[in-house]
Design a protein around this ligand. Sequence first.
Ligand SMILES: O=C[C@H](O)[C@H](O)COP(=O)(O)O
Ligand SMILES: C=C(OP(=O)(O)O)C(=O)O
Length: 454
Amino acid sequence: MTTAVDTVAPGSDPEGLDRFRALKARQQPTWPDADALAAVAGRLSQAAPLVVPAEARLLTERLAAAGRGEAFLLQGGDCAETFADANATRIRNKIRTILQMAVVLTHGASTPVVKMGRLAGQYAKPRSSDLETRDGVTLPAYRGDMVNGHEFTSASRTPDPRRLEQAYRISSATATVVRAFTQGGHADLRRVHEWNRGFMRNPAYARYERTAAEIDRAIRFMEACGADFDALRSVEFYLSHEALILDYERALTRVDARSGEAYATSAHFLWIGERTRQLDGAHVEFLSRVANPIGVKLGPTTSADDALALAARLNPHNAPGRLTFVTRMGAGKVRDVLPGVVEKVTAAGVAVTWVTDPMHGNTITSDSGYKTRRFSDVLDEVTGFFEVHRALGTVPGGLHMELTGDDVTEVLGGSEEIDDAGLALRYETLVDPRLNHQQSLEMAFRVAEMLTSW
Ligand SMILES: O=C[C@H](O)[C@H](O)COP(=O)(O)O
Ligand SMILES: C=C(OP(=O)(O)O)C(=O)O
């Protein structure tokens, strides 16, 4: 790996923020020009933060509540954001979808829903292969707009560090739009409820009428009681992405003058992916040094001892809300693998918020060659996650989804019954398939049913 600063003078790094540089960092691009990377990192290290420590601390409290069953996390957004789609319409559609889902889930859980986007920074992807070959031509794999372009040409696929700055600028603009939409009345509960009524007008969703009618009654009851709906016009909304490109994350990390702690300021919440969670790796080392709430993805090969070791390393003081385990075992494995992990972690008294990502363990290739997922498998993994926690008496703390607010056709099934031929209609993702707007709402209704009977 080529890093921006290769040597750190002893004693000049009291927070240990550069120690990761001595370790193996997986899934990093091979930047062709180390000087250009260093120049970009230098500029980013002077840039304004996208989030501030006080917000990250508040999120830690919210996630601690989710870990105790006093709140429920809804984290969703694109697999890979793109620079081209960072416009107000697309961002609004995503936020709107998450807000609509959140109302349904709030009703189901009877607790606050912590709303978080895979948004304003989800621009880097780990890949199974470094290279992609098409018609005998081999080029670097697309690793997200922060790294290289999707177009299959040598120029586009060559990692370009200037993209890190572009990602920062576009994330900053996105964060501004998110704040405007979530603080400026767009999130008004009555309005969001009205959108959900629109969803219910489609006969395909008749199955959810009872829940929708209950929500309707609850809102009318609040109205009758004189609830101050104006106070519900703005919502807390948090930003998150995978902390993959360490030069970017390091450059945007600041030491908080008040607490003396280091905070990643690229997002409120960062997670370590399934492919980069090695205990002796650079990602775990770096994230162990920042005070933000963080997550780790746990795939089907995770042992209970792996989870315990990660918790000891990333949350040595066992602070509630600091660590979220996002399990993504696959529908076929969640009931076998998750119980052993949750049981041992719980028995050890480790504070962790358990969240399910039912997307990443359920990826398949359709007969027509699309990378897709079945809605039924996604739902089955969520069901398994709830079953496991119910059996163990532990808390299912949230849902992590790849979704979009648009009417794409990337995931098979759902009440709209997208089939293999239907995938071709509007398959837009550059990496992994996302639930579309309708499928996302349908998922929220299904999860709300699980929460209601919890
Ligand atoms: O989103 C997750 C990963 O980046 C993705 O699943 C990797 O996909 P690949 O196997 O196509 O590289
Ligand atoms: C790559 C991702 O997930 P995982 O690390 O679980 O494969 C992701 O969430 O984008």
